[in-house]
Design a protein around this ligand. Structure first.
Ligand SMILES: Cc1cc2nc3c(=O)[nH]c(=O)nc-3n(C[C@H](O)[C@H](O)[C@H](O)COP(=O)(O)OP(=O)(O)OC[C@H]3O[C@@H](n4cnc5c(N)ncnc54)[C@H](O)[C@@H]3O)c2cc1C
Length: 465
């Protein structure tokens, strides 16, 4: 009987402890503890404050070597969630997975130092998915460089704009980009840096595009490169930007021979080249200006259906949030800006000569926009990515997808614009020239680049590493 009583008491205590959830089994010593977890670039220190009931009252990120532009999303989200929900059972922030693990492991370490059992902080967060219908003049799929540029222009022109982005943060491949911009130098710059002027680049484009060459489009871009770069600089609004006219790229071939020229510039905040994300300033500038212009964003929602009305006319999109939320966005115009298809291995393989292509951009770029366009009769065209020696099968961008005209209207099999449907950026193929444009319409920052030129530039860059 005594034994039974003892057993029952033990069961009761265990039950009480389990019911208390986050409360410690041992008596915690209230205070602040610094735990350590391994991130992408090394150890991440996290300061965790607990009270004498075992409640986590504060989490703050300490010393670390993580790439700020990426890790910041994990560093902002996780500490708040841990304090709010008293749990470590949290999803990693997509794109910052290793930094997320580092934070969670560091908090575990700190809890143990406080005499607490991390197992007591593993309660899953309950979430009820919701359905939402949103009306907007324009819905844009993708918050990369092209989607953000289009959003700013549209919002500044007075439209109500909603942007749907699969990732937790804006930027897409644009954030990872080396930031090299095909740039037509002034006569003075050409002399100083050996760069090419608009006329010289025009010759190069003719060589590359062959029969597809479109002089109007090429010169439209080339004569506006400085203006476009200045547009971005003005959005950034600070004067610490440096232009690098890096010599030694190999953009043009004369016969079989590669001729070295400087054809691009990279622009970066002074000293910013070393943080590994040269182009982050572009994303920051675009995103901040889009928010300021009144653009609404839905992050962590993936567009999965292009909506059409009874006549088959495009009238919006459907997107599903990471936790199952359902968004129906009814809009007068849909702009597809969801990047290339590098994150879709099957497509990548089908449009490259490489044995095993490896895409260096976001996995969310799965070519959904192409699928969506095709569902309403859009025509597509692709260039095959060459297997360049020294390139190591690394893919910095894909070439092709939806054919659009210069107003970014998606064209059907008869070259007629599909009503209400637009596409910009890497997802597109501008008719008659092997160039991709970053944004669209009048007065928008054009940032065309040739996939073939980019491929060869990258190859040259990698060989030098
Ligand atoms: C490592 C690297 C280096 C590069 N260097 C250069 C360079 O030096 N110069 C240069 O000109 N180009 C460079 N590029 C290519 C250039 O970055 C891209 O071509 C350009 O950024 C594409 O812009 P975008 O806006 O079209 O697409 P992205 O910037 O990729 O944006 C697309 C966005 O759409 C989102 N998305 C995709 N599908 C969906 C969906 N179904 N629902 C919701 N959201 C979705 C993605 O998450 C992404 O954020 C580089 C690319 C990489 C990866």
């Amino acid at each position: 009987m005594k034994l039974l009583k003892k057993l029952m008491t033990l069961v009761l205590i265990a039950g009480l402890l389990a019911a208390q959830g986050a409360v410690a089994e041992q008596s915690p010593v209230a205070g602040t503890y610094t735990g350590v977890g391994n991130g992408r670039n090394g150890e991440v220190s996290v300061n965790v404050t607990v009270d004498d009931a075992g409640t986590i009252t504060d989490v703050s990120i300490g010393e670390n070597q993580e790439t700020p532009a990426i890790a910041r999303y994990a560093f902002e989200a996780l500490p708040t969630q841990i304090v709010e929900h008293q749990t470590l059972q949290l999803d990693a922030v997509s794109g910052a997975t290793l930094s997320s693990f580092a934070v969670k492991n560091a908090v575990k370490d700190a809890l143990e130092q406080a005499g607490l059992d991390p197992q007591n902080y593993q309660m899953p967060i309950e979430y009820e998915a919701h359905e939402e219908t949103i009306d907007a003049d324009i819905v844009i799929v993708g918050a990369g460089g092209s989607g953000l540029s289009a959003a700013i222009e549209a919002a500044q022109a007075g439209a109500s704009v909603t942007v749907v982005e699969a990732n937790v943060y804006p930027g897409g491949a644009t954030m990872y980009s080396g930031g090299m911009v095909l740039y037509a130098a002034t006569e003075q710059e050409a002399e100083e840096y050996g760069s090419l002027t608009a006329q010289q680049l025009q010759e190069g484009m003719k060589q590359y595009a062959g029969e597809a060459y479109n002089d109007e489009l090429a010169m439209d871009y080339l004569t506006h490169t400085k203006e476009n770069v200045d547009w971005l600089k003005a959005l950034y609004g600070k004067d610490d930007l440096v232009d690098s006219h890096d010599p030694g790229y190999v953009p043009l071939h004369q016969g079989d021979e590669a001729v070295e020229h400087t054809l691009a510039i990279t622009i970066h905040p002074d000293g910013g080249e070393s943080n590994g994300l040269v182009n982050h300033w572009v994303v920051d500038a675009l995103y901040e200006n889009a928010v300021r212009a009144g653009v609404s964003f839905i992050f962590e929602a993936t567009a999965d259906d292009l909506l059409t009305d009874d006549d088959g006319t495009v009238c919006g999109i459907h997107a599903t949030g990471r936790k199952g939320d359902s968004y129906t966005i009814q809009a007068g115009k849909v702009i597809l800006a969801c990047g290339g298809f590098g994150g879709n291995y099957e497509m990548l393989k089908a449009h490259s000569d490489m044995e095993r292509p490896i895409y260096l951009g976001p996995t969310s770029n799965r070519g959904w926009g192409i699928e969506a366009g095709e569902s309403v009769g859009a025509k597509t065209a692709y260039a095959t990515l060459p297997d360049i020696e020294g390139y190591n099968s690394m893919v910095y961008g894909t070439v092709g997808g939806l054919i659009v005209n210069q107003e970014a209207r998606v064209l059907d099999a008869n070259d007629n614009p599909i009503e209400n449907l637009f596409a910009v950026g890497e997802l597109t193929c501008v008719q008659a020239l092997d160039l991709v444009h970053f944004s669209a319409g009048e007065n928008i920052s054009w940032n065309l680049y040739s996939g073939r030129i980019a491929g060869q530039v990258s190859a040259a860059e990698l060989k030098d590493m």
